[in-house]
Design a protein around this ligand. Sequence first.
Ligand code: 5GP
Length: 214
Amino acid sequence: MITRRGLMLVLSSPSGAGKTSIARKLMESEYDISMSISVTTRSPRPGEVHGLDYFFISLTEFQVMVSRNDLLEHAKVFGNYYGTPRKAVEATLESGKDILFDIDWQGVQQLEANTTADLVSIFILPPSSSELEGRLLTRAQDSKAVVTQRMANAVNELSHYQKYEYVIINDDIDVSVNNIHMILSAERLKRERSVGLKEFVKILSEEKELSQTV
Ligand code: 5GP
């Protein structure tokens, strides 16, 4: 039987490019993928649910996780700490399922360096700087100081697009989600991700030889 290894799909973008909405829509329409839920030391925004959006933990708890090597990657973003719990990711990949990460470029670099699993990276760009600014302002869940800091950081974050395999300009969310479906479909079909392909072809060849000798 031919199966395939699970892959790690990473979405990164400057804040306000629409990445979180894309990730949500993708999860609604893709069945073979689950979302990695990060731990963070930042406070929950209104409407955010512990265990669904993030695991909201204290700095001490975060430090303990780091010291125990419980995090696959971790980074400081906008003054708060974020990290990917290792166990959940490993269990998902072992079961042959794909996993989606909404993490920043620092995390992607660490995943590239620390995991042997297959990584597919996508960078999402806003369609224009005014759109980016507008989205950050209408978000309004963060304090003014945080919004200003995020805008300044967005320019710096943009520069990291070159390290990603795919870049999507998020003009229309449905088009963006559809593009990611297509990327996923193609990546899942890659020869090197197939397990059992060699044996399958061997069986095909043996059957052919047999039928020729009969
Ligand atoms: P937010 O606070 O707006 O939810 O996220 C801020 C930034 O942190 C986003 O760019 C998001 O992708 C990133 N982020 C969220 N979780 C993680 C994580 O586990 N690791 C890393 N490296 N970045 C993360």
